[in-house]
Design a protein around this ligand. Structure first.
Ligand SMILES: Cc1ncc(COP(=O)(O)O)c(C=O)c1O
Length: 398
């Protein structure tokens, strides 16, 4: 059997095994899982039952449920991005939006800028279209624009992918000055920005900044978000909004991909939004997740070996751990998983070029406080042990 050439990008990075680990003792800080105990399951169940009508069970339109698009347009407008229902496309999670945008813009070899490190699922979606990746480092205040300018001067770039709010995996927020400058650069070099914002509403402190899309006056930004982190991921429901020149072909591609997102599900979510206060629900999530993040930081920080660092983001799902000199992928696979029963995501998998070998992403949202305490204890112990062993070996061989 001969697969298509694009399948050569699908090297096994070991992540499937990590996420699927069947270990009853495992404490998983790996997947970006929301807290399932907070899903409004009963209310969504009622909404699903009420939305299971003959009209909703029939084929409809690729753009998706008008009721939900109207609700989303209202929410986007409230967030500073004036939007109408006809400017919104519903997708199977944000993930499908990433796929459709790459499908629209990327031929094999085309220039695609990603943040280094970046969201692993974005790389999976983009790999299919065989881009030439340019990896621009993420600073404490978002993408390094000096590095980006250099890339744009030297190479043709069609698409810039960024997670400006509580970036996956570093948790950083792009500053307002950088947001403005990034939009200006995209306009100057006529490339599209894919703004992926599923964590935007999950701010635990500080002041919200405007979306890139709201700063864009030339139609270069596609704004993507999702219900996965603020309601429930297996609704598989995301959305995008873009200028008509981009939106119209994206709607056509959505039709080609899967005809449309489930009308029953999308109508049910519209009904949920109409009858319940999503913002109150999000306020609860913010409170619970902020406490979990603080717990992981306070549990792990005092146990870190000298030189290691742990990020302190203002929101989102992730902490970023660096441990200079440590081969994180090997440590995770050979030590942390099998001996300490803890899963984290090694940094090299979050970079198209395998950088960040001494770093890892930790997700805390899906765990109980007791699991966080125990996981922090085990992870700290494993890191200390590892560093002590490395020092011992270096001494013996030196
Ligand atoms: C940055 C980012 N984008 C997109 C997604 C995919 O989200 P969805 O479940 O909406 O497809 C995730 C999920 O973790 C994510 O972290």
């Amino acid at each position: 059997m001969k697969f298509a050439q694009r399948m050569t990008a699908y090297a096994d990075n070991g992540m499937d095994a990590l996420f699927a680990a069947n270990d009853p003792e495992l404490i998983a800080f790996a997947g970006g899982y929301p807290d399932a105990t907070l899903f409004p399951a009963a209310l969504l169940g009622q909404a699903l039952t009420a939305s299971t009508t003959p009209a909703a069970l029939q084929y409809s339109t690729p753009q998706g449920s008008p009721a939900l698009r109207t609700q989303l347009a209202h929410r986007l407008t409230q967030d500073g991005l004036p939007t109408t229902a006809d400017q919104v496309l519903l997708t199977q999670g944000a993930q499908q939006a990433l796929d459709l945008v790459a499908r629209l813009l990327i031929d094999p070899g085309d220039g695609l800028v990603v943040e280094g490190p970046t969201y692993i699922g974005a790389l999976s979606a983009f790999d299919t279209y065989q881009p030439t990746y340019y990896e621009v480092p993420v600073a404490h205040d978002g993408m390094d624009l000096t590095a980006l300018r250099q890339v744009l001067r030297q190479h043709p770039v069609k698409l810039i992918y960024t997670v400006p709010d509580f970036q996956n995996p570093t948790g950083t927020v792009m500053s307002l000055a950088k947001r403005r400058a990034l939009v200006a650069l995209a306009t100057q070099y006529d490339c599209v920005i894919l703004e992926d914002a599923p964590y935007r509403a999950l701010r635990y402190r500080g002041v919200q900044l405007p979306t890139l899309a709201s700063l864009d006056t030339t139609g270069h930004v596609i704004h993507v978000s999702s219900f996965s982190k603020i309601l429930a991921p297996n609704l598989r429901l995301g959305w995008l909004t873009a200028a008509p020149a981009l939106l119209t072909p994206l709607i056509a591609l959505k039709g080609g991909a899967d005809l449309e997102s489930s009308r029953v599900v999308t109508d049910a979510v519209a009904a949920y939004l109409a009858h319940h206060d999503l913002d109150a629900h999000i306020a609860t999530l913010r409170q619970v997740y902020a406490a979990k993040m603080a717990r992981l930081q306070s549990g792990l920080t005092p146990r870190l070996p000298a030189g290691a660092t742990l990020s302190a983001p203002d929101g989102g799902f992730f902490l970023w751990l660096t441990c200079p000199g440590l081969d994180m992928a090997r440590f995770v696979k050979e030590v942390l998983g099998p001996q300490y029963h803890v899963a984290i995501v090694p940094g090299n998998t979050l970079s198209p070029h395998g950088h960040f070998q001494d770093a890892a992403r930790l997700s805390f949202t899906g765990n109980t406080l007791a699991q966080i305490d125990e996981g922090a204890r085990r992870l700290g112990q494993a890191l200390q042990q590892q560093v002590a062993t490395a020092a011992h070996n270096a001494y013996n061989h030196g």
